[in-house]
Design a protein around this ligand. Sequence first.
Ligand code: ADP
Length: 647
Amino acid sequence: MERILAIDDNRDNLISLRAIIKDAFPDAYIDTALNGTDGIRLAKEKDPDVILLDILMPEIDGFEVCRQLKQDSYLRDIPVVFLTAIKQNKESRIEALEVGAEAFLSKPIDVPELTAQIRAMIKIKESNKQKRDEKEHLALLVAERTHELEKSHSEMLKLVEELKSSEMRYRRLFESATDGILIINPETEEIIDANQFLIDLLGYSHDYLIGRKFWDVGALMNVLACRVAFAKLKKKGYTRLDDLQIKSFNGKIIHVELVSNIYFADKVKVVQCNIRDISARKKAEEQVWTLGKAIEQGPSSIIITNQKGEIEFVNKKFISNTQYHFKEVKGKYPRIFNPGHLSEKNYEDLWKKIQKGITWRGEVQNRRKDKTMYWEDTIISALINPENNTICNYVLIMNDMTEKKQMLDDLIAAKEKAEESDRLKSAFLANISHEIRTPLNCIIGFSDLLLDPKFDTDKKVEFAQMINSSGTNMLSMINDILDISKIEAGQLAIKNDVFSVNRLVSNVQKEYSYKAAEKGLTLGLDFLSPTKEIYINSDASKLKQILVNLVANAIKFSKDGHIEIGFKAKENVLEFHVKDAGIGIPKEYHEKIFDRFRQVESDYTREYGGNGLGLAISKSIVEMLGGKIWLDSEVGLGSVFYFTIPG
Ligand code: ADP
């Protein structure tokens, strides 16, 4: 729809113009203004397709209005048609064109001319508008394109920079890498590049390596393995050899780990081999392995704890010694094996010491799972982490010293025994001298009396009896000493005979009942002893010696009462006993009195005499005959000595 603006200070002119235009363009919008200022405002507001402008107007004339319209970039394209009453005025026409008007019509208005002019102007406006739109569009396109170009240019520049720096970075990495790097052409299999580390490692120059196949370099110990790996690499794009041995130019064998990849570099396939020297690692691993084995299989029990003292490791020896499995002791404190042997205070001292990094050493009694106890020589020390100088673990090394301790205990016991034996021997010597001197003095004294011319012959028998009894005592003493010497030398012979036990026991009873009677004692046979004759094959004289020894002791150590001698047939054995109501023997002596020279009474209170050999001899003989000897006794009540011999 057309839109026409008419500016004229004459209202009538405007009315007639509206009528003319309405007639020619019935659908057109028509705006009118009575002065230039309103006209310009309306032009801005309505954007008309053409402006019909009167020249002569008060305030601002048409030329000025046109000038202002044409100076405005927004209004500039609206065609302006001047309408003037001044016909043929050449100057006005020229000025109108100079200020930018598109057409000039003279009044009175020629309607067809005006209509044609308006149509032409509308076309001009349209074409102007089109041109302007196109121009604007073009300008926009140019701006956009320029912006894009600028952007892509700066991106390109950035990319080039990045490429440059990435290449530099790669180079730097390549050259400064602490692994050997080899770049190989996968098609020709030739080396394209090698970094400095690899050159130093192999000892071959860069020039020597470049263009050569890796297996032709002379560094590979196992060319075949390498070629197989290369074939795999070409197929899978990746290969790894964990322990490859290579030989440097100087002949040094180096263990390396080789990892190879195929990748594209600038659309060209390349192989990158990373070669890591693992010789030091291998050596360290071997050392760790050896140390591990030494710890694991060593002869000492080893526990390793964390810094809190919780068990983290135990070795085989520990497991076999304590019978605990690792999972039973993991996370526990080693103290569980040491039930109370180390006091709380000692334990605290130990901790304080080892926490200061001081090694602790001591003998510790520990307990196995089965609750048996054992002694261990134990060393506990802290392991220091060199990186931060703090304690990271504690190590306990323990050596079983149960045997050593036993040996020590045995040695101490042997020493004590030797000292005791020495003491006993001294006492024995003192006894012996007393026991020999007494009967000898008696013999010499009474024989002197017998030789005395003033001797009272009535006493001859009594004296002879005294001499005889002393001689008998001495003989028995000498026999004892001879017997014990023979026993010690292993020369006491046993002679076997078949004899009647009943008779032997009854003989002893008869022989010694006189002796007993002398002391006011009675000696009788146990009425429970078998009455049926029992014969055995044994050494009758030795059996008698034992019985005599026991009966003689019973008489010696009794002040009054009855002494009983008897025997019983038990399964496979005959059990003999001699019972008295004498002084009795304290419990702690029940075993000791069978030792040589051992007597209950001390040297100073000697009342009963004797040499302390009788029971030792009896015990040895009983054992030689295949039996055993023991006793039952209570101080003040008496004693029963028992012994067996095979029946
Ligand atoms: P001896 O009798 O010569 O001292 P023994 O070897 O026969 O040596 O006895 C050792 C010790 O045993 C005796 O000294 C005595 O202390 C004690 N003894 C042995 N028999 C008896 C007994 N029947 N009653 C009390 N003590 C006895």
